[in-house]
Design a binder for this molecule. Sequence first.
Ligand code: FAD
Ligand code: 2HG
Ligand code: ZN
Length: 472
Amino acid sequence: MSNLNPVLLQSLEQVVGEAGLIRDDERMQSYLSDWRNAYRGKAALVVRPASTDEVAAVVRLCGEAGVTLVPQGGNTGLCGGSIPDDSGCQVVLSLTRMTRIRQVDPANETITVEAGVILQHLQEAAAQVGRLFPLSLGAEGSCTIGGNLATNAGGTAVLRYGNMRDLTLGLEVVLPDGRIWDGLRGLRKDNTGYDLKHLFIGSEGTLGIITAAVLKLYPAVRSRTTAWVALPSPQAAVDLIGRMRALCGDRLTGFELMSRQSVEFVLRHVAGCNDPFTEVHPWYVLIELSDTLVDASLAEMLESGLGEALEQGEALDAVVAGSEAQVAALWKMREGISEAQNHEGPSLKHDISVPVSSIPAFIEAADRKLQEAFSGVRIVAYGHVGDGNLHYNISKPPGSDDVLFKAQAEAIMHVIYGVTRDFAGSISAEHGLGQAKREAARHYKHPLELELMRTLKQALDPAGLMNPGKLL
Ligand code: FAD
Ligand code: 2HG
Ligand code: ZN
């Protein structure tokens, strides 16, 4: 049962009603650990407001009582940002009851949604008016728009449409003092000073609670073609993406790199996945072309690009999906990597980015240094290579001890982030810092950038009520 001050508890109940409070230990559990079970915390209470006014009242009440808040959406984040600490004194503020689509404006190509709307539901709402909301990622059936905004989520369509920052026109935010900032403007042009929405996008719940957003819509995709291609090396992937871009321009909407190790994990653990080739190859890419025209000759374009790549030795083999079921099967192989890696014991995630041109040299240097220092660890490298973003994840040597492996996590991380720094890269391309990379950011981010971030935090949240211990 909750150890919260009874007066505060009663006031919160008056705001959100009995349905908006979760206090018994058993029902709280799913809010206290993450998808991988890599982070676990305790909370005094989970509060689930159903409107912006309720969020504001909760923030005010908790602020007055000095109780810190942990905003939470679908709890699919991969760096512990939505998990409370283990004091048992924090309140988890879940946005999952704020699920209204407030407005669809096809003429303005915008949709206004509340923070708790699940990404997939937003995609479906856009499709109903013949539009596309392009953000697409493996957790789209559970992650929320608020979480996508707070982490500036990326995914598999960034190559063409950009990340959440690029897809957002306006925000509504409850500030740490309980005031509501109504920035829900559907404008593509607005030069009236600092663009405040960008402060909150990617702030991981440390500056305020995002309660709603105006997001961009795009014309619906009416044709697409998808291929699975075997490659000799990461350099071949960089060459191939250049070739496909020159040939297809903006029609290139997906280009995902996967090492053999990543694919092997999927074949081993994800039901219904089969290797499209009989031979084993060191690297693969999933390529997708799409267009708003029904008959856009995409298959010819793809086949012509792949034909040239095969001739040049850039590609070793290729299959083009012949049906929607085959398209889905190929994407399942790609999206299944996260889940498959969980079955191989603890995994160390490094969500890095470097310039696209440096991807091959990054992989070569990081692989070499890791294998020299940590013999037998399995490197699970894959990701959004067109964005320069690799998930350079590590699994323990087969049969080795979990505890010993976890004891090496920090040293492994420093090797990988050291190489990332050598290539002027970022230690977090899409998942954010949360609690996982907060300390690392102190080593790898410029001190002046950290100082500016602290200045902003101090200005907006001087009492440190919003998601303390995360990001900064
Ligand atoms: P949560 O996990 O609940 O929260 C994430 C962070 O946002 C926390 O710091 C939390 O405090 C804060 N937050 C949540 N809601 C709000 C709000 N309303 N206001 C303020 N702060 C808030 N991410 C990618 O970028 N690209 C991918 O391709 C990708 N693929 C994934 C695949 C799988 C299988 C999984 C499990 C995760 C993947 N992720 C990916 C990570 C994750 O899905 C995203 O970070 C997602 O945006 C998180 O949304 P959420 O609603 O689950 O947020
Ligand atoms: C992806 O691209 C996600 O599949 C998850 O960002 C990456 O689990 C991971 O490390
Ligand atoms: Zn990713």
